[in-house]
Design a protein around this ligand. Sequence first.
Ligand code: FAD
Length: 354
Amino acid sequence: MTQHVDVVVVGGGQAGLAAGYHLRRQGLDFTVLDADPAPGGSWQHMWDSLHLFSPAEHSSLPGRLMPAQAGMIYPDAGHVVDYLADYEKRYDVPVQHGTRVDAVRRDGVRLLVETDTGTWRARAVISATGSWSRPFLPAVPGRSTFAGRQLHTVHYRCPADFTGQRVVVVGGGNSGAQVAADLALDGQVEVTWVTQRPPRFLPDDIDGRALFDVATARRRALEEGRSDTGGVASLGDIVAVPPVRAARDAGLLVAKPMFARLTADGVRWDDNSHTGVDAVVWCTGFRPALAHLAPLNLRSARGHIPTDGTRALGEPRLHLLGYGDWTGPASATLIGVGRMAREAAAGIAAMVAG
Ligand code: FAD
């Protein structure tokens, strides 16, 4: 059976919920389809010790401030899951959990949304599927010959899974630094942290709040035709959250340059020396989860879909929300996605009315 709505939102994480909030305010008829059986988006899958890099009040979706977590300045991932589950209920966002969208196709004046539980016809689609389901692994010589354990950040849970082992953590971003710190502070794991270029720590007094302010100042400057004030990347890559700072200050977070290749039982360095390794954790990032949009044939050579704001240039009935700066400044953060969700909902409301 095919169901009809004004808008289908694909993905019910923070971006999908922010879209739902603004679509409701616009008075549109919509549904949110989410592959996960429970609320919380990717936050429900993150590793045990993960904490936000901003305080609760700076990590809120539109309409409802995230409450502080007792005894913690930076809430943990479980607190974010609770906040998102409560948000979904409070604003009565119609999320159909456990429904995976396989394809979005053109179908005359409508878009056809095919799922594993049925088909929807909509006047517009907001894609908000994030990137957690598309972990990226770089092509590294010898990767397939390594006989030890290899896992991506998405499958990392806690140091207890590696007690007594020699672990190489690959990646110079926030995930790499945090996972390396988590393992090193445990004291029961022999950790080697490798990065492609020397890690760049942000100053200790800069957390997510300041990063958001920098991104906002830059957006305003560009919108007002002033010169570029410089983006977040100019400040550094790694937020010195408390565990990262503790590991770094204890001398436990010293990065080595990337190894030359993996061998059957370890890594070989540029000087031909060899280190035995039991496991490699690849903290090497993500790609946007856009496979369901393939039938629309919109992707550029870079793998992104060109957009003006959130609207796809090649398909004005499609909006992309929450994937990163290419879909709006700070749109892949809790505090930043609301503004872009408001723009997308307003654009769709105008299109539907017109
Ligand atoms: P997700 O949370 O990934 O949600 C996408 C949803 O779409 C999921 O529920 C999934 O099941 C569903 N889905 C996917 N494909 C389909 C499909 N085909 N059909 C139906 N449903 C589908 N941001 C901050 O603001 N503060 C932080 O401190 C912070 N720390 C971070 C730490 C880490 C390690 C990471 C990885 C990110 C962090 N972020 C942080 C960034 C950001 O907030 C998250 O990436 C965020 O989860 C993205 O939200 P989303 O809704 O776009 O995607």
